[in-house]
Ligand binder design. Structure first.
Ligand code: SF4
Ligand code: SF4
Length: 450
Protein backbone atom coordinates (compact mmCIF):
# COMPACT_ATOMS: atom_id res chain seq x y z
CA UNK A 1 0.00 0.00 0.00
CA UNK A 2 1.64 3.24 -1.10
CA UNK A 3 1.85 6.43 0.91
CA UNK A 4 0.76 9.64 -0.83
CA UNK A 5 1.06 13.13 0.68
CA UNK A 6 -2.71 13.54 0.94
CA UNK A 7 -4.65 10.84 2.76
CA UNK A 8 -7.74 11.24 0.61
CA UNK A 9 -8.24 10.74 -3.11
CA UNK A 10 -8.48 13.80 -5.35
CA UNK A 11 -12.29 14.04 -5.22
CA UNK A 12 -12.57 13.71 -1.44
CA UNK A 13 -9.62 16.10 -0.97
CA UNK A 14 -11.48 18.72 -3.03
CA UNK A 15 -14.77 18.15 -1.18
CA UNK A 16 -13.11 18.39 2.24
CA UNK A 17 -11.26 21.57 1.23
CA UNK A 18 -14.69 23.06 0.42
CA UNK A 19 -16.47 21.54 3.44
CA UNK A 20 -13.90 21.86 6.21
CA UNK A 21 -11.43 24.33 4.71
CA UNK A 22 -8.42 22.06 5.03
CA UNK A 23 -6.51 19.18 3.48
CA UNK A 24 -6.02 16.01 5.49
CA UNK A 25 -2.42 14.89 5.04
CA UNK A 26 -1.55 11.25 5.58
CA UNK A 27 0.15 10.08 8.77
CA UNK A 28 3.95 9.85 8.47
CA UNK A 29 4.23 7.22 11.24
CA UNK A 30 2.09 4.83 9.19
CA UNK A 31 4.89 3.91 6.78
CA UNK A 32 2.77 1.72 4.53
CA UNK A 33 5.44 0.95 1.89
CA UNK A 34 7.59 -0.50 4.70
CA UNK A 35 4.66 -1.38 6.98
CA UNK A 36 5.20 -0.05 10.50
CA UNK A 37 3.04 -2.80 12.01
CA UNK A 38 4.88 -5.66 10.33
CA UNK A 39 7.94 -5.20 12.54
CA UNK A 40 8.13 -7.04 15.89
CA UNK A 41 6.84 -4.74 18.67
CA UNK A 42 9.60 -2.95 20.60
CA UNK A 43 7.81 -3.54 23.91
CA UNK A 44 5.89 -6.48 25.34
CA UNK A 45 2.63 -4.96 24.11
CA UNK A 46 1.03 -5.63 20.75
CA UNK A 47 1.94 -8.02 17.94
CA UNK A 48 3.29 -7.76 14.42
CA UNK A 49 0.97 -7.89 11.39
CA UNK A 50 1.59 -10.40 8.60
CA UNK A 51 3.43 -8.68 5.71
CA UNK A 52 1.25 -10.67 3.30
CA UNK A 53 -1.88 -8.88 4.48
CA UNK A 54 -0.80 -5.84 6.58
CA UNK A 55 -3.93 -4.05 7.81
CA UNK A 56 -6.00 -5.19 4.81
CA UNK A 57 -7.87 -7.95 6.69
CA UNK A 58 -10.92 -6.07 5.50
CA UNK A 59 -13.29 -6.53 2.57
CA UNK A 60 -14.59 -3.03 1.93
CA UNK A 61 -17.89 -2.01 0.40
CA UNK A 62 -17.15 -0.05 -2.78
CA UNK A 63 -19.93 2.42 -3.69
CA UNK A 64 -21.26 2.31 -7.26
CA UNK A 65 -19.65 5.59 -8.38
CA UNK A 66 -16.23 4.45 -7.07
CA UNK A 67 -16.63 1.08 -8.85
CA UNK A 68 -17.28 3.04 -12.06
CA UNK A 69 -14.23 5.22 -11.57
CA UNK A 70 -12.01 2.22 -10.84
CA UNK A 71 -13.32 0.47 -13.97
CA UNK A 72 -12.54 3.53 -16.06
CA UNK A 73 -9.06 3.73 -14.50
CA UNK A 74 -8.28 0.22 -15.84
CA UNK A 75 -5.41 -1.99 -14.66
CA UNK A 76 -5.41 -4.81 -12.13
CA UNK A 77 -8.09 -3.20 -9.93
CA UNK A 78 -10.51 -2.94 -12.86
CA UNK A 79 -9.86 -6.61 -13.81
CA UNK A 80 -10.65 -7.76 -10.27
CA UNK A 81 -13.82 -5.68 -10.15
CA UNK A 82 -14.92 -6.96 -13.58
CA UNK A 83 -14.42 -10.53 -12.45
CA UNK A 84 -16.38 -9.96 -9.24
CA UNK A 85 -19.19 -8.29 -11.19
CA UNK A 86 -19.20 -11.16 -13.73
CA UNK A 87 -19.65 -13.66 -10.88
CA UNK A 88 -22.34 -11.46 -9.24
CA UNK A 89 -20.44 -11.53 -5.94
CA UNK A 90 -21.66 -8.83 -3.58
CA UNK A 91 -23.15 -7.12 -6.60
CA UNK A 92 -26.05 -4.68 -6.39
CA UNK A 93 -26.83 -1.34 -8.02
CA UNK A 94 -25.43 0.32 -4.87
CA UNK A 95 -21.97 -1.07 -5.62
CA UNK A 96 -19.97 -4.07 -4.42
CA UNK A 97 -20.20 -5.45 -0.91
CA UNK A 98 -18.55 -8.14 1.19
CA UNK A 99 -20.04 -11.62 1.49
CA UNK A 100 -22.18 -12.88 4.41
CA UNK A 101 -19.40 -15.40 5.16
CA UNK A 102 -16.76 -12.68 5.38
CA UNK A 103 -19.07 -10.53 7.50
CA UNK A 104 -19.56 -13.36 10.04
CA UNK A 105 -15.84 -14.00 10.22
CA UNK A 106 -15.09 -10.28 10.68
CA UNK A 107 -17.67 -9.98 13.46
CA UNK A 108 -16.33 -13.04 15.30
CA UNK A 109 -12.58 -12.45 14.88
CA UNK A 110 -11.62 -9.19 16.57
CA UNK A 111 -8.10 -10.50 17.30
CA UNK A 112 -7.45 -11.41 13.66
CA UNK A 113 -6.81 -7.88 12.46
CA UNK A 114 -3.59 -7.92 10.45
CA UNK A 115 -3.24 -11.66 10.99
CA UNK A 116 -5.87 -13.67 9.11
CA UNK A 117 -5.04 -14.43 5.48
CA UNK A 118 -8.57 -15.68 4.84
CA UNK A 119 -9.82 -12.18 5.60
CA UNK A 120 -7.49 -10.52 3.09
CA UNK A 121 -9.13 -7.88 0.92
CA UNK A 122 -9.95 -9.07 -2.61
CA UNK A 123 -8.31 -5.91 -4.00
CA UNK A 124 -4.98 -6.46 -2.20
CA UNK A 125 -2.07 -7.53 -4.39
CA UNK A 126 1.43 -8.25 -3.02
CA UNK A 127 1.46 -5.33 -0.60
CA UNK A 128 -0.40 -2.91 -2.86
CA UNK A 129 -4.00 -1.78 -3.15
CA UNK A 130 -5.22 -2.27 -6.72
CA UNK A 131 -8.06 0.27 -6.32
CA UNK A 132 -6.06 2.82 -4.30
CA UNK A 133 -7.52 6.01 -5.79
CA UNK A 134 -11.03 4.60 -5.43
CA UNK A 135 -10.80 2.69 -2.14
CA UNK A 136 -13.63 3.49 0.23
CA UNK A 137 -13.86 6.03 3.07
CA UNK A 138 -12.79 3.56 5.76
CA UNK A 139 -9.64 2.61 3.83
CA UNK A 140 -8.81 6.23 3.04
CA UNK A 141 -9.02 7.31 6.67
CA UNK A 142 -7.42 4.33 8.43
CA UNK A 143 -3.97 4.72 9.97
CA UNK A 144 -2.41 2.35 12.46
CA UNK A 145 -0.27 5.08 14.02
CA UNK A 146 -1.21 8.71 14.40
CA UNK A 147 0.94 11.77 15.00
CA UNK A 148 -1.74 13.44 17.13
CA UNK A 149 -2.68 10.36 19.15
CA UNK A 150 -6.13 10.32 20.72
CA UNK A 151 -7.30 13.80 19.56
CA UNK A 152 -5.98 12.99 16.07
CA UNK A 153 -7.89 9.70 16.08
CA UNK A 154 -11.07 11.60 16.94
CA UNK A 155 -10.62 13.79 13.86
CA UNK A 156 -10.08 10.74 11.62
CA UNK A 157 -13.13 9.08 13.16
CA UNK A 158 -15.31 12.09 12.33
CA UNK A 159 -13.91 12.17 8.82
CA UNK A 160 -14.69 8.46 8.38
CA UNK A 161 -18.26 9.02 9.58
CA UNK A 162 -18.75 11.94 7.20
CA UNK A 163 -17.27 10.28 4.10
CA UNK A 164 -18.97 6.92 4.80
CA UNK A 165 -22.29 8.74 5.06
CA UNK A 166 -21.59 10.52 1.78
CA UNK A 167 -20.75 7.18 0.10
CA UNK A 168 -23.90 5.55 1.45
CA UNK A 169 -26.25 8.35 0.41
CA UNK A 170 -24.59 9.16 -2.91
CA UNK A 171 -24.67 5.50 -3.95
CA UNK A 172 -28.43 5.41 -3.30
CA UNK A 173 -28.84 8.71 -5.16
CA UNK A 174 -26.91 7.37 -8.17
CA UNK A 175 -28.93 4.13 -8.25
CA UNK A 176 -32.19 6.08 -8.06
CA UNK A 177 -31.18 8.20 -11.03
CA UNK A 178 -30.99 5.21 -13.36
CA UNK A 179 -33.35 2.55 -12.01
CA UNK A 180 -37.09 3.17 -11.98
CA UNK A 181 -38.68 -0.28 -12.22
CA UNK A 182 -40.79 -1.75 -9.41
CA UNK A 183 -38.50 -4.76 -8.84
CA UNK A 184 -35.62 -2.48 -7.88
CA UNK A 185 -37.61 -0.58 -5.26
CA UNK A 186 -39.15 -3.76 -3.86
CA UNK A 187 -35.90 -5.71 -3.59
CA UNK A 188 -33.47 -2.92 -2.77
CA UNK A 189 -35.18 -1.05 0.06
CA UNK A 190 -36.86 -1.88 3.33
CA UNK A 191 -40.24 -0.36 4.15
CA UNK A 192 -38.57 2.42 6.17
CA UNK A 193 -36.51 3.44 3.12
CA UNK A 194 -33.12 2.03 4.24
CA UNK A 195 -31.18 0.28 1.54
CA UNK A 196 -30.74 -3.48 1.70
CA UNK A 197 -27.33 -5.10 1.99
CA UNK A 198 -25.70 -8.14 0.45
CA UNK A 199 -23.49 -8.55 3.51
CA UNK A 200 -26.38 -9.18 5.86
CA UNK A 201 -28.67 -10.82 3.26
CA UNK A 202 -31.41 -8.25 3.73
CA UNK A 203 -32.31 -8.29 0.02
CA UNK A 204 -35.56 -10.14 -0.62
CA UNK A 205 -33.95 -12.84 -2.82
CA UNK A 206 -31.36 -15.56 -2.38
CA UNK A 207 -27.70 -14.70 -1.68
CA UNK A 208 -25.08 -17.45 -1.36
CA UNK A 209 -22.71 -17.48 1.60
CA UNK A 210 -19.86 -16.32 -0.67
CA UNK A 211 -21.95 -13.29 -1.71
CA UNK A 212 -23.19 -14.63 -5.07
CA UNK A 213 -26.54 -13.06 -5.90
CA UNK A 214 -29.11 -15.48 -7.35
CA UNK A 215 -30.03 -14.98 -11.02
CA UNK A 216 -33.63 -14.14 -10.00
CA UNK A 217 -32.66 -11.47 -7.49
CA UNK A 218 -30.15 -10.05 -9.94
CA UNK A 219 -32.78 -9.74 -12.67
CA UNK A 220 -35.20 -8.11 -10.28
CA UNK A 221 -32.66 -5.58 -9.07
CA UNK A 222 -31.21 -4.58 -12.41
CA UNK A 223 -34.20 -4.64 -14.80
CA UNK A 224 -33.10 -3.32 -18.21
CA UNK A 225 -29.58 -2.78 -16.95
CA UNK A 226 -28.99 -6.55 -16.37
CA UNK A 227 -25.97 -7.52 -18.48
CA UNK A 228 -24.86 -3.86 -18.69
CA UNK A 229 -23.63 -3.49 -15.11
CA UNK A 230 -20.23 -2.10 -16.16
CA UNK A 231 -21.92 0.71 -18.11
CA UNK A 232 -24.24 1.34 -15.16
CA UNK A 233 -21.32 1.82 -12.79
CA UNK A 234 -19.57 4.10 -15.28
CA UNK A 235 -22.76 6.16 -15.52
CA UNK A 236 -22.75 6.48 -11.71
CA UNK A 237 -19.14 7.71 -11.87
CA UNK A 238 -20.24 10.36 -14.38
CA UNK A 239 -23.09 11.43 -12.02
CA UNK A 240 -20.60 12.27 -9.30
CA UNK A 241 -17.78 13.61 -11.45
CA UNK A 242 -17.14 17.32 -10.90
CA UNK A 243 -19.78 17.78 -8.17
CA UNK A 244 -18.98 20.59 -5.75
CA UNK A 245 -19.45 20.03 -2.01
CA UNK A 246 -22.65 22.12 -2.00
CA UNK A 247 -24.02 19.93 -4.81
CA UNK A 248 -23.06 16.83 -2.79
CA UNK A 249 -24.94 18.25 0.20
CA UNK A 250 -28.06 18.72 -1.92
CA UNK A 251 -27.91 15.01 -2.77
CA UNK A 252 -27.01 13.57 0.60
CA UNK A 253 -29.00 15.78 2.99
CA UNK A 254 -28.43 17.84 6.15
CA UNK A 255 -26.77 15.13 8.24
CA UNK A 256 -23.57 15.53 6.24
CA UNK A 257 -23.62 19.28 6.83
CA UNK A 258 -23.89 18.68 10.60
CA UNK A 259 -20.95 16.23 10.52
CA UNK A 260 -18.79 18.58 8.45
CA UNK A 261 -19.56 21.45 10.84
CA UNK A 262 -18.37 19.30 13.72
CA UNK A 263 -15.21 18.44 11.81
CA UNK A 264 -14.56 22.17 11.20
CA UNK A 265 -14.78 22.78 14.96
CA UNK A 266 -12.39 19.90 15.72
CA UNK A 267 -9.58 20.92 13.44
CA UNK A 268 -6.97 22.16 13.87
CA UNK A 269 -6.52 20.33 17.15
CA UNK A 270 -6.13 22.79 20.07
CA UNK A 271 -4.43 21.65 23.30
CA UNK A 272 -6.62 22.15 26.40
CA UNK A 273 -5.87 24.82 29.01
CA UNK A 274 -6.16 22.49 31.99
CA UNK A 275 -4.85 18.99 32.23
CA UNK A 276 -5.18 16.24 34.78
CA UNK A 277 -3.90 12.67 34.81
CA UNK A 278 -5.96 9.93 33.21
CA UNK A 279 -5.37 7.80 36.31
CA UNK A 280 -2.19 6.21 34.97
CA UNK A 281 -1.75 2.59 35.89
CA UNK A 282 -5.49 2.14 35.94
CA UNK A 283 -6.87 3.64 32.77
CA UNK A 284 -4.15 2.15 30.59
CA UNK A 285 -2.92 -1.29 29.84
CA UNK A 286 0.72 -1.41 30.88
CA UNK A 287 3.65 -3.62 31.70
CA UNK A 288 6.29 -2.51 34.15
CA UNK A 289 9.90 -2.73 33.18
CA UNK A 290 12.90 -1.77 35.29
CA UNK A 291 13.14 1.85 34.27
CA UNK A 292 10.04 2.49 32.25
CA UNK A 293 6.40 1.69 31.66
CA UNK A 294 5.04 0.77 28.24
CA UNK A 295 1.44 1.73 27.64
CA UNK A 296 -1.18 2.09 24.94
CA UNK A 297 -3.40 5.20 24.82
CA UNK A 298 -6.61 3.14 24.90
CA UNK A 299 -7.35 -0.54 25.10
CA UNK A 300 -6.68 -2.20 21.77
CA UNK A 301 -4.78 0.78 20.27
CA UNK A 302 -1.93 -0.23 17.99
CA UNK A 303 0.62 2.34 19.11
CA UNK A 304 2.69 1.72 22.21
CA UNK A 305 4.48 4.47 24.14
CA UNK A 306 7.01 4.39 26.91
CA UNK A 307 7.21 6.62 30.00
CA UNK A 308 9.98 6.62 32.63
CA UNK A 309 9.06 5.31 36.08
CA UNK A 310 9.89 8.79 37.46
CA UNK A 311 7.40 10.47 35.20
CA UNK A 312 4.82 7.75 35.84
CA UNK A 313 5.14 8.29 39.61
CA UNK A 314 4.95 12.07 39.22
CA UNK A 315 1.71 11.67 37.24
CA UNK A 316 0.28 9.38 39.92
CA UNK A 317 0.85 12.13 42.51
CA UNK A 318 -0.43 14.94 40.25
CA UNK A 319 -3.96 16.23 40.74
CA UNK A 320 -4.24 18.46 37.69
CA UNK A 321 -3.43 22.05 36.83
CA UNK A 322 -3.22 24.73 34.14
CA UNK A 323 -1.07 24.28 31.04
CA UNK A 324 0.95 27.50 30.64
CA UNK A 325 3.64 28.55 28.16
CA UNK A 326 6.24 27.28 30.62
CA UNK A 327 4.52 23.94 30.86
CA UNK A 328 2.64 21.89 33.41
CA UNK A 329 3.63 22.01 37.08
CA UNK A 330 3.91 18.44 38.37
CA UNK A 331 4.66 17.84 42.08
CA UNK A 332 8.39 17.32 41.45
CA UNK A 333 9.11 19.21 38.25
CA UNK A 334 7.94 21.60 35.54
CA UNK A 335 6.99 19.46 32.55
CA UNK A 336 7.70 21.41 29.32
CA UNK A 337 4.51 22.32 27.43
CA UNK A 338 5.42 20.20 24.41
CA UNK A 339 5.93 17.13 26.63
CA UNK A 340 2.61 17.78 28.38
CA UNK A 341 0.87 18.05 25.01
CA UNK A 342 2.48 14.80 23.87
CA UNK A 343 1.22 13.03 27.02
CA UNK A 344 -2.24 14.48 26.39
CA UNK A 345 -2.13 13.13 22.85
CA UNK A 346 -0.98 9.76 24.17
CA UNK A 347 -3.78 9.60 26.73
CA UNK A 348 -1.80 9.94 29.97
CA UNK A 349 -3.24 13.40 30.56
CA UNK A 350 -6.80 14.43 29.86
CA UNK A 351 -8.55 17.76 29.63
CA UNK A 352 -9.91 19.13 32.91
CA UNK A 353 -9.08 20.61 36.28
CA UNK A 354 -8.31 18.70 39.48
CA UNK A 355 -10.85 16.05 40.37
CA UNK A 356 -12.74 17.10 43.47
CA UNK A 357 -13.56 14.04 45.53
CA UNK A 358 -17.12 13.92 46.82
CA UNK A 359 -19.08 11.12 48.40
CA UNK A 360 -21.34 9.14 46.11
CA UNK A 361 -25.05 10.07 46.19
CA UNK A 362 -27.87 7.55 45.56
CA UNK A 363 -28.87 9.26 42.28
CA UNK A 364 -25.29 9.38 40.84
CA UNK A 365 -24.92 7.54 37.54
CA UNK A 366 -21.76 5.44 37.51
CA UNK A 367 -19.92 3.10 35.17
CA UNK A 368 -16.70 1.12 35.04
CA UNK A 369 -14.09 3.32 33.29
CA UNK A 370 -14.64 2.17 29.69
CA UNK A 371 -10.97 2.23 28.71
CA UNK A 372 -10.13 -0.47 31.24
CA UNK A 373 -9.65 -3.97 29.87
CA UNK A 374 -12.01 -5.75 32.25
CA UNK A 375 -12.47 -9.46 32.95
CA UNK A 376 -14.53 -11.43 35.43
CA UNK A 377 -13.85 -14.92 36.81
CA UNK A 378 -15.68 -17.05 39.32
CA UNK A 379 -13.41 -19.44 41.26
CA UNK A 380 -14.39 -22.22 43.65
CA UNK A 381 -12.32 -23.44 46.57
CA UNK A 382 -12.06 -27.12 47.55
CA UNK A 383 -14.94 -26.63 49.97
CA UNK A 384 -17.03 -25.20 47.14
CA UNK A 385 -16.90 -21.59 48.35
CA UNK A 386 -17.06 -19.16 45.44
CA UNK A 387 -14.94 -16.08 44.86
CA UNK A 388 -15.64 -13.49 42.17
CA UNK A 389 -12.52 -11.90 40.75
CA UNK A 390 -12.63 -8.80 38.61
CA UNK A 391 -9.49 -7.52 36.96
CA UNK A 392 -9.59 -4.06 35.42
CA UNK A 393 -6.38 -2.53 34.13
CA UNK A 394 -3.85 -3.17 36.84
CA UNK A 395 -6.49 -3.47 39.60
CA UNK A 396 -7.55 -6.89 40.89
CA UNK A 397 -10.67 -7.10 43.02
CA UNK A 398 -11.73 -10.19 44.89
CA UNK A 399 -15.21 -10.64 46.34
CA UNK A 400 -15.21 -13.66 48.61
CA UNK A 401 -17.74 -12.69 51.28
CA UNK A 402 -20.91 -14.61 50.34
CA UNK A 403 -23.11 -11.51 50.34
CA UNK A 404 -20.69 -9.64 48.05
CA UNK A 405 -20.60 -12.30 45.31
CA UNK A 406 -23.75 -10.84 43.82
CA UNK A 407 -22.32 -7.33 44.09
CA UNK A 408 -19.19 -8.33 42.13
CA UNK A 409 -21.12 -10.21 39.44
CA UNK A 410 -23.71 -7.46 38.99
CA UNK A 411 -21.05 -4.76 38.89
CA UNK A 412 -19.42 -6.62 36.00
CA UNK A 413 -22.74 -7.20 34.22
CA UNK A 414 -23.74 -3.54 34.63
CA UNK A 415 -20.29 -2.13 33.86
CA UNK A 416 -21.67 0.15 31.15
CA UNK A 417 -23.79 2.12 33.57
CA UNK A 418 -26.00 2.00 36.64
CA UNK A 419 -27.56 4.28 39.25
CA UNK A 420 -25.65 4.21 42.55
CA UNK A 421 -28.80 3.44 44.61
CA UNK A 422 -29.12 0.07 42.80
CA UNK A 423 -25.90 -1.13 44.41
CA UNK A 424 -27.66 -1.24 47.79
CA UNK A 425 -29.71 -4.20 46.58
CA UNK A 426 -26.75 -6.00 44.93
CA UNK A 427 -24.68 -5.70 48.10
CA UNK A 428 -27.48 -6.78 50.45
CA UNK A 429 -26.29 -4.05 52.82
CA UNK A 430 -27.45 -0.63 53.97
CA UNK A 431 -27.11 2.34 51.60
CA UNK A 432 -24.30 3.76 53.76
CA UNK A 433 -22.30 0.52 53.43
CA UNK A 434 -22.97 0.24 49.69
CA UNK A 435 -21.94 3.90 49.26
CA UNK A 436 -18.68 3.20 51.07
CA UNK A 437 -17.95 0.37 48.65
CA UNK A 438 -18.71 2.59 45.64
CA UNK A 439 -16.61 5.46 47.07
CA UNK A 440 -13.69 3.04 47.36
CA UNK A 441 -14.09 1.94 43.72
CA UNK A 442 -14.30 5.59 42.59
CA UNK A 443 -11.13 6.44 44.52
CA UNK A 444 -9.37 3.45 42.94
CA UNK A 445 -10.29 4.79 39.52
CA UNK A 446 -12.27 1.70 38.60
CA UNK A 447 -15.58 3.57 38.51
CA UNK A 448 -16.37 6.98 37.09
CA UNK A 449 -19.42 9.23 37.15
CA UNK A 450 -21.41 9.50 33.93
S1 SF4 B 1 -1.70 1.79 7.80
FE1 SF4 B 1 -1.62 -0.43 7.37
S2 SF4 B 1 -0.10 -0.70 5.71
FE2 SF4 B 1 0.18 1.36 6.58
S3 SF4 B 1 1.80 1.10 8.11
FE3 SF4 B 1 -0.17 0.89 9.18
S4 SF4 B 1 -0.64 -1.31 9.18
FE4 SF4 B 1 1.01 -0.95 7.66
S1 SF4 C 1 -9.35 -1.60 -0.72
FE1 SF4 C 1 -7.14 -1.38 -0.72
S2 SF4 C 1 -6.65 -0.29 1.19
FE2 SF4 C 1 -8.72 -1.11 1.38
S3 SF4 C 1 -8.50 -3.09 2.38
FE3 SF4 C 1 -8.48 -3.45 0.17
S4 SF4 C 1 -6.34 -3.43 -0.44
FE4 SF4 C 1 -6.48 -2.51 1.61
Amino acid sequence: VSHPSSALNSTYTRWMEQAVGRRFGSEPKATCGDCAMCKPPATGLGRAFLPSVKCCTYWPDVPNFAVGRALLAGGEGASRLREQIGRRIGLSPFGLQSSPRYHRRYESSPGKFGADLEMRCPYYDSGDCTIWENRNAVCQTFFCLMEDGIPGAEVWKQLTLLLALVEEKLSVDCANRHLHHQGFYQAAFQSNGTRNRVTTRTFGGWIEDDGTISAELHAELWGDWAGRELSFFEACAADVEGLSWSEVLMRVGPEAEALSRRLRLMSPIAPPRHLRPARPGLALEYEEGNESVAYTPVQGALDVHVASIDLWSALLAFEGGPLTEEGLKLPDRMLPAEDAIRLWKNGLLVEGGPVVARAVEPEDRLRVVPRLPIQERVLFSETGAATVEISAGSTELSFDEPELLRFGRTLYARRQGFVAAEAKEWSGRSWEQAAELLDGLLALGLLERL
